[in-house]
Design a protein around this ligand. Sequence first.
Ligand code: BTN
Length: 318
Amino acid sequence: MQERIIQFLKESDGYISGEEISQRLKMSRAAIWKHMQELRADGYEIAAVPHLGYQLVTCPDKLLGFEIQSGLNTKIFGKKIILLDTAVSTMDEAFKLGMENCPEGTVVCAESQSKGRGRLGRVWASPKNKGLYFSFVLRPPLPLNQLAQLTLMSAVALAEAVENISELKPLIKWPNDVLLGSGKLAGILTELRAESDQVKFVVVGIGLNVNATVSQLPGGSSSLKAAAGSSFDRALVFQAILRSLEKWYLKILHHEFSQVMDEWKKRSATLKKRIRISDPNGIIEGEALDLDEDGALLIRKDNGIIVKKTAGDVFILR
Ligand code: BTN
């Protein structure tokens, strides 16, 4: 019901009378007043003037479940969303839910994380109310060696969602950093639970810098606000991401991963570039040639030998 009241308030140019809301929602004026109080407690600033009615002044800078789910229209991603004020890491929260057999596509999102983590043991800075820090649980029918598909599809979904809600054109650095210019806009972390080679569930975590300023983020980062010059409604950004995730995840389920790869390649910041890649086996330099059918990176070294990497840290040389 709060959702419908907010919708009315957003749609009306000026004030909307309590009488009109009460007629349209078939609810008493007293009940509407009570909902207005609840919305104010959620952080909405709503003006009330006798004989004129109500007007929405500002929306809270806080993610609200009904705003994200309203009109979302997904079947898997975000059917269940858990919003936390703070978490140590949403990866741990989602992992617990995965162990409890939560439905596929369950999302846990936190307004801030005290120990947000990134790939290769790095820290993910999570300034409060400034970004989207969330993890979701998937139960893909994929063998372990094809799970890279999920990170590549998440990167494509993130880049596409940003394109859909802005004029920005993000690129993807292998395997899954989403960049704006040379700054890192978003990162993706995949963790899993497997038993005797069988994947039980996968937790994919996404950190997206939305309204943080560059000074609130580690060096080398970007944010939607920093790149576009204005703030974004995080609920709308979240919806766009969940819809894109669903679209590209369904491609994987329908054995159409090649389409995900095509989209990834179109936005690649890595392919055809000279790169240095480091992993626990050492460092190599060469040209990033292509991805193989599972998303591994093929690099041609200066001696002509082609090596395949399934993980590692890429530095683009030129
Ligand atoms: C990376 O680029 O290294 C991956 C960063 C992933 C960060 C997200 S934020 C939500 C989720 N919770 C975490 O602790 N990490 C991921």
